[in-house]
Design a protein around this ligand. Sequence first.
Ligand code: AP5
Length: 227
Amino acid sequence: MGLNVIMMGPPGAGKGTQAGRFARARGLLKISTGDILREAIREQNPVALGAKAGMDRGELVDDATMITIVRERLLKPDAAPGFVLDGFPRTVAQARALDEIVAERDNGPLIVVDVVVPEAELARRLASRRICSKCGTNADPFGAAATCTKCGGELVQRTDDDREVVLERLKVYHRATKPVLEYYRERPTFRVVNGAQPPERVAHEMDTLIDDAAAAGVAMKAERQAL
Ligand code: AP5
């Protein structure tokens, strides 16, 4: 059975950091919708360029565009063993569409991890975050490198990490994305992790929670088959 994980949580919770680490550790495909959009903007893709102004204001890209992007990516063969999704779903409509895609793939349930961090800490992380202007990688927040350690690119502030935009992103999160947590909360494969700890501590707790949720998913499937 595939391991299908989604990372939920507000902007700056550490979804991308943990999704990348977990996917590397388990040999899974990591899909970050924010990274896909930013890369498409760097490549001057017309659809992504059309979405850029809204993203820079902290707004969401429309559901139809995002569902099409994720659907195409998840149905490719390299996603068959499982995936780690970061940044999707962000609305209940996207969550419903993801359930349909997962049912179509028929390779294990969704494991939902909600990364919880207080707002003051989110604001602190996003104000100090720097990313590479060339490859988009987050700089190590605890490191002192002046350029990107991956490609040597210049480190810059992300265009949507401006203080006012962060406040708007948090509002959008509460309005559009928090209801997605309620959509998932009663599932046996829903887990919450305290993201306000050092990254390696979050990683350790997350590994245990995900393995536990995967076991619950297997039990859920066996129960359904026995009916
Ligand atoms: P997206 O890129 O997904 O942004 P986000 O959800 O706001 O999340 P962030 O990337 O800001 O934070 P994160 O939780 O990944 O934290 P990170 O690991 O980077 O989306 C951007 C935009 O794209 C959206 O606003 C929207 O316009 C559009 N979009 C994307 N998906 C969409 C969708 N599905 N529908 C519609 N629109 C969509 O960490 C943050 C910082 O904290 C880093 O500096 C990191 O190094 C540091 N850090 C991480 N963990 C820790 C820790 N434990 N302790 C201390 N520092 C830490």
